[in-house]
Design a protein around this ligand. Structure first.
Ligand code: GLY
Length: 387
């Protein structure tokens, strides 16, 4: 007999696929980041004036392809593969311009090109993945043992050369893949050093994680922390907790290093203990009660991490059940309260926020949809590891 979570996941997947059959045709030539008045925007729109990292270089541009590759992997429908390839090829011009590219090349090329290569063996896709991995490795600072986040901010006095961020736990999966692919250990060595630096400097005693830590870029000495996209310094930006939780699980899956699994469990225990009664996740666990801004992305990313923990043999059985229950609570709330299954919107999840101090809140984001789909496929038991 199927367990209730699996049966639920089958039903949600069917709703997802029904809507995506239409949307993937409608948005065939776009690289969407979110929906405006229900319609996908397009980061590849050349008629618009973008800042260097906002247009084709926008960090979420791999997720549209990632969603399509996940659907292709399960359904085998060529329509998803063909649409995914359009966005993957468009991103090639980012390599040509180089300027504006950043630490998020993992987010951009893992779900798109590397997923393509893993599923189809396409040689151009492999080349794109390796090219991006070399760019990411080039951002490594040996003095501090971290990958530099972001670039210099034009017109700003802020010196970001020593900034490292929790989000990068996802980008380093590109380095693990590059070493697995080339048998050259250098990429993996950089990833492990970075993950160890994060483990030692970002995790607080209660299991919560910081967003940004600054190191002296010459000596590697730790300088200070920043609240980043969360409410304030010392608070708990929920998407950052998700990046940490799922990110350390991924580092464990790629290396087998038990410290990474222990770190994922610590962050997971903190996250699970803070899930509100209704299962809906705020932008920051420390934000004021009013206004009530959510981040469905944080819920979806954390759900992926919890499901992976729940199927990891090295985690005690009782805790595995606890993590599965946490994932189930998050995903049920997203499906029942924060998901638009209708044709009125090209997106799915409705209550996301880029950052606590952004001007806009409770809106759509394509990467929230992507992590939601990823979590549903994990529960359904028909996922392939995107990271
Ligand atoms: N990686 C940037 C973010 O989570 O917004």
């Amino acid at each position: 007999m199927q367990d209730k979570e699996k049966q639920w996941a089958e039903e949600v997947y069917n709703k997802f696929e029904t809507k995506m059959q239409r949307v993937s045709e409608k948005s065939r030539d776009k690289i969407p980041a979110l929906a405006v008045n229900g319609v996908h925007d397009d980061r590849s729109d050349k008629t618009r004036q973008w800042r260097p990292d906002d247009g084709l270089n926008w960090w979420t541009n791999g997720f549209w392809g990632g969603m399509l590759w996940m659907l292709y992997a399960v359904s085998g429908k060529e329509q998803y593969k063909n649409t995914a390839r359009i966005s993957e090829e468009k991103l090639d011009s980012c390599f040509e311009s180089y300027l504006g590219l950043h630490h998020d090349v993992g987010f951009m090329w893992m779900p798109a090109a590397v997923a393509d290569y893993r599923l189809t063996g396409d040689r151009d896709a492999r080349k794109r993945g390796l090219h991006a991995a070399c760019l990411l490795a080039g951002r490594f600072n040996p003095a501090g043992g971290f990958i530099r986040a972001w670039n210099d901010i034009p017109g700003s006095e802020e010196d970001t050369r020593g900034w490292a961020i929790i989000d990068c736990m996802f980008n380093i999966t590109l380095l693990y893949w590059a070493s697995e692919e080339t048998k050259d250990p250098r990429f993996r060595q950089i990833a492990v050093i970075h993950a160890d630096t994060v483990r030692q400097n970002f995790i607080r005693p209660d299991g919560s994680v910081k967003h940004i830590v600054e190191f002296d870029p010459e000596t590697g000495r730790r300088v200070r922390d920043y609240g980043g996209q969360g409410y304030a310094e010392g608070s708990s930006w929920t998407r950052g907790q998700g990046w940490g939780l799922y990110g350390f699980v991924l580092s464990y899956l790629h290396t087998g290093k038990k410290e990474f699994l222990e770190t994922a469990e610590r962050i997971g225990d903190y996250f699970a203990a803070n899930i509100p009664e209704d299962g809906l996740i705020p932008v920051d666990f420390c934000q004021p009660a009013d206004p009530l801004w959510y981040d469905d992305t944080a819920a979806a990313v954390a759900a992926c991490g919890f499901i992976e923990l729940s199927r990891t043999d090295a985690v005690p059985e009782k805790k595995r059940a606890y993590y599965k229950a946490a994932a189930w609570k998050l995903l049920k709330a997203l499906d029942e309260v924060h998901c638009d299954w209708t044709a009125k919107s090209d997106c799915f999840l409705t209550h996301c926020s880029g950052a606590y101090h952004s001007e806009q809140h409770n809106h759509t984001l394509v990467y929230a949809d992507s992590f939601f789909l990823e979590a549903v496929l994990k529960l359904k038991g028909s996922d392939f590891l995107l990271w």
